[in-house]
Ligand binder design. Structure first.
Ligand code: SAH
Length: 248
């Protein structure tokens, strides 16, 4: 009798232990995949240091990459590939950018925690979430209504209270919230949109892929000088989906 009682207790204990362990071991496996991805990004940064002018990401960017759950930002059937260092389709002919690209675009803005940052091209919301880990206030604009709605709901569910998302044509920026310390454009533009330049603070930075949709584009880092002119630096060849919308 005593023996049977003990066995039952042991069985109950084991079932509870198993149930408790299941979700956390799952979370751990995402985490180890995520850390491996960050390792690959760091190696890519070292390999491309001559383009970037640095061979290490800033600590705040590394911390954000280690934390943000990229598997929450991709369609369910692609979750198993979420921590590969490559872009993935997110529907509507759009993609979530390659993590290495998100990392360097964020890093090269040289962000301070108190910065207000504008992103053009919300897409999945992943880049916005990375920015949201690094700075106090993020504004993000998506032109495809359904994508923008899904991303806004996702960011809300994940607890990002410092990110404001809206549907609109990002070519024209967000005049009501300007000026911004930094602007990141995550779709390729044929030229630097003048409204975005106007909404950047003097001393602020913009990172934007520039070039034709049919060819390899150049990732450009722009710095607005105090006298309202700007200087640009071409960083490296990239391939982005095109910036659509109302540019002339
Ligand atoms: N930053 C995204 C990747 C975006 S892909 C992420 O982290 O997942 C580029 C996105 O820019 C697409 O969703 C596309 O619909 C959007 N886009 C293209 N032109 C735009 C415009 N003029 N204004 C706002 N969004 C635009």
């Amino acid at each position: 009798m005593t023996f049977r009682f003990k066995t039952t207790n042991t069985v109950i204990f084991c079932v509870f232990a198993l149930l408790a362990a299941l979700p956390s071991s799952h979370a751990d496996s995402w985490k180890s995949k995520r850390l491996a991805m960050v390792g690959e990004i760091e190696a890519d940064v070292r390999d491309t240091s001559r383009f970037l002018g640095k061979n290490k990401l800033d600590n705040n960017v590394l911390k954000a990459l280690k934390k943000v759950q990229r598997h929450e930002f991709v369609p369910p059937q692609l979750q198993k590939s979420a921590y590969q260092n490559r872009p993935l389709p997110i529907g509507f002919g759009q993609t979530i950018s390659q993590p290495y690209i998100v990392a360097i675009m964020t890093d090269l803005l040289a962000l301070k925690q108190t910065d207000r940052v504008l992103e053009i091209g919300t897409g999945s919301g992943y880049q916005a979430a990375i920015l949201g880990e690094v700075v106090d206030k993020v504004f993000t604009i998506e032109i495809i209504e359904e994508l923008g709605k899904i991303a806004a709901e996702r960011l809300e569910k994940l607890g990002y209270r410092n990110i404001r998302a809206k549907i609109g044509d990002g070519y024209y920026g967000w005049p009501g919230e300007a000026p911004f310390d930094s602007i990141v454009v995550t779709a390729a533009a044929s030229h630097i949109p003048p409204p975005l330049l106007k909404q950047l603070k003097p001393g602020g930075r913009m990172i934007i892929p520039v070039g034709s949709r049919f060819m390899v584009q150049q990732l450009v880092l722009l710095e607005k000088t105090k006298d309202d002119s700007f200087k640009t630096r071409q960083l490296l060849p990239v391939r982005f989906v095109p910036l659509t919308g109302g540019q002339p």
